[in-house]
Design a protein around this ligand. Structure first.
Ligand code: ATR
Length: 273
């Protein structure tokens, strides 16, 4: 593709950002529709985020994804926000227009689309969510909307109680309390990113009936244990792809086929299958 004065710029803002897979598949999506656009990573230090936010708008960048640790701040700075972003309390997609910056959240849709491949109906499905950080909020929002019965565990239990006030759920003091009763287990914590992280619970309690999703899209100890126990795994990478496809639709109006974005990250996908 030739970059010229008509090329539109999109990107992803975070810190750190170099590991992000979004440029890989978003550029493939632009290519697929022969759109004159590029998608680049913007690594922005915390002290510069606000300046960067207005700078991107002033430069005429068309849209960005927002990732850690700026999803809450991005919502706060935006001029307009969709109701989902407001309810979740964070934005992962921004659209820059002359009238102002529009904030959206597509994480919850990405999560649901990934989950529904395995669990098409979530009403009354018992789900154990591990973690009460930023990622957990979008997942709790999605599960609530679908009518799942949510059990929430967090290392720092006070944070779990706080989240359950916003997204009604039941706090458990230890995952082991409820694990045999649940069908779905979702890890939203960052534990497992490092091999030496201690297990979140006794993985010996996993059973083949469990459907397990780790939003970390590498082979974590939880993913490995789930495979060994014959659990059905739901890909964390699928959640990333589907949230990105929704962002792409917001920016361009086009629905990129799943296979196009999946092929762009094929090398990484195997890790989570
Ligand atoms: P994110 O936006 O990715 O959710 P975050 O808001 O920093 O990131 O939240 C991180 C989550 O991972 C929290 O639930 C955190 O638990 P605490 O609230 O107790 O800090 C959880 N977490 C991080 N490291 C963990 C570990 N080693 N064991 C268990 N939970 C961990």
């Amino acid at each position: 593709m030739i970059l010229d004065g008509y090329t539109e710029v999109y990107g992803v803002v975070g810190y750190p950002i170099k590991h992000s897979l979004s440029p890989l598949f978003q550029n493939k999506a632009f290519e697929h529709f022969s759109l004159k656009a590029v998608y680049v990573p913007f690594e922005v230090k915390p002290e510069n985020f606000e300046k960067a936010f207005y700078g991107l708008w002033a430069l005429g960048v068309k849209g960005v994804n927002i990732t850690l640790p700026y999803k809450e701040k991005a919502l706060e700075l935006s001029h307009f926000a969709d109701p989902h972003a407001k309810a979740i309390g964070s934005a992962n997609t921004l659209k820059f227009t002359p009238e102002g910056v529009y904030a959206y959240n597509t994480d919850w849709i990405g999560f649901l689309k990934a989950i529904k491949k395995v669990l098409p109906h979530l009403r009354e499905v018992k789900a154990l969510v591990l973690g009460a950080g930023g990622s957990s909020r979008a997942i709790l929002y999605a599960l609530r909307r679908e009518g799942a019965k949510i059990y929430l565990w967090n290392r720092t239990i006070e944070k779990a109680y706080k989240l359950c006030e916003i997204f009604p759920c039941k706090v458990v003091k230890a995952p082991e309390e409820i694990i045999k009763d649940v069908e779905l287990i979702v890890n939203t914590t960052s534990s497992g990113l490092k091999e030496e992280d201690s297990p979140l619970f006794d993985y010996g309690l996993l059973e083949a009936k469990h459907k397990v999703m780790d939003i970390i899209y590498k082979e974590t100890p939880l993913v490995r244990a789930s495979k060994e126990k014959g659990c059905i795994l739901i890909s964390g990478l699928d959640m990333l792809l589907y949230q990105g496809m929704e962002s792409f639709k917001i920016w361009t109006g086009f629905e990129v086929p799943y296979d196009v974005v999946k092929d762009a990250v094929a090398g990484y996908y195997n890790l989570s299958e």
